[in-house]
Design a protein around this ligand. Structure first.
Ligand SMILES: NC(=O)c1ccc[n+]([C@@H]2O[C@H](COP(=O)([O-])OP(=O)(O)OC[C@H]3O[C@@H](n4cnc5c(N)ncnc54)[C@H](O)[C@@H]3O)[C@@H](O)[C@H]2O)c1
Length: 333
């Protein structure tokens, strides 16, 4: 990243979360000052230990919801906003779809109004879930979005992110807000927790403790995983380029792997004796749960915009998660 980031002031909502904490480190490494707003609902103080160690006085945490922090933030100047705060995770969303929709829509509406008023460039963390149950492979940014009905709670997350995208682009159009929409696909790496239904930390935790690895459904679902450190590095590059403003970008890896193969890879890399156990979706998420057979991004647009290449192989990510688990087993749960 260029040295011109030195001294710039960044606001990162959800910065004490998994992806947000890595982004904070990227921004600090570029010489910036970072203000994190996070209500610690799924985020943790400990996620920011490395950022505090590298940033010293250049990082502060405001422990608050986004909307409640706005009066304090209004008195400050920011050069850019990264809005990552959201209710995340299949389990959390299925258990409390109202909370997911409310958090994701109201908090995003609040920060977008703030950014528009202050003319601050904003990157919005969207999700591959906005493609819903679209069947096109790979997914391209301009594809139609295809959702199941409102009685199926799992779609509340993707629908809320789709509304957020519409709102963000509406602000860009009406107020001239410089906005970038990053649709993250499966992002994995250190600090991700398994308890909200995230697949890789669950698999690694099972493998290193010798428990059966529980694969939901047939295991033939196809996904693409990308290390969080590659994802975090891409975000400032997108927001720093005016030609990216007003646009949507898929952000992720493009090496497809089935979930069954992922479980086998975890067993191999960790040297585990764990077996693989299949559990029907209905047992985990209830009878009406729907999942996607294939979720693969087309990242042509991302490559063309910033020359994106993922540098961290899945084996290294698994290895780092294993090391993290050995150091602090409770932190990975
Ligand atoms: N991890 C993935 O694979 C993935 C995929 C697609 C999209 N995303 C998106 O990326 C962003 C970050 O996700 P993550 O995986 O790091 O999850 P995470 O749960 O670790 O991070 C979300 C953070 O937001 C905070 N938060 C939640 N509600 C808040 C509120 N009202 N006010 C302030 N803070 C609040 C949480 O405490 C947490 O620290 C989210 O917007 C998510 O939707 C993640």
């Amino acid at each position: 990243m260029s040295a011109t980031q030195t001294g710039r002031r960044f606001l990162v909502t959800g910065g004490a979360g998994f992806i947000g904490s890595h982004l904070c480190e990227t921004l600090l490494a570029s010489g910036g000052h970072v203000t994190v707003v996070d209500d610690l609902s799924t985020g943790r103080h400990s996620n920011l230990h490395a950022a505090h160690a590298m940033g010293g006085g250049r990082i502060e945490l405001i422990e608050s919801t986004v909307s409640a922090a706005l009066p304090v933030l209004a008195a400050r100047h920011f050069d850019a906003i990264y809005h990552l705060a959201a209710a995340v995770g299949v389990r959390l969303v299925v258990e409390d779809p109202a909370r997911a929709a409310e958090t994701n829509i109201f908090e995003t509406a609040a920060i977008l109004s703030f950014a528009s008023r202050t003319r601050t460039p904003l990157l919005f963390a969207s999700s591959s879930e906005v493609y819903g149950k679209g069947v096109r492979t790979p997914f391209q940014e301009d594809d139609d979005l295809v959702f199941g009905g409102p009685t199926v709670s799992r779609w509340s997350y993707g629908l809320s992110k789709a509304i957020d995208e519409q709102l963000a682009l509406a602000h860009a159009h009406r107020d001239g807000l410089p906005v970038v929409i990053a649709r993250f696909f499966n992002t994995v790496g250190p600090r991700q927790r398994g308890r909200y239904g995230m697949v890789l930390p669950r698999f690694v935790a099972a493998a290193v403790t010798g428990q059966p690895i529980q694969v939901h459904g047939t295991g033939q679902q196809v996904r693409c995983f990308c290390d969080v450190r590659d994802v975090a590095a891409a975000l400032p590059q997108l927001l720093n380029r005016p030609e990216c403003h007003g646009r949507v970008f898929n952000v992720g890896g493009d090496h497809p792997i089935t979930v069954e193969e992922l479980a086998e890879r975890v067993i191999r890399v960790t040297g585990s004796s764990s077996t693989i156990q299949h559990i029907p979706y209905s047992e985990v998420f209830g009878a009406s749960f729907e999942d996607l057979a294939i979720r693969v991004p087309d990242i042509t647009r991302l490559r063309a915009a910033i020359g994106f290449e993922a540098h961290i192989a899945l084996e290294r990510t698994i290895h780092d998660l294993m090391t993290e688990h050995a150091r602090a087993p409770e932190a990975a749960a």
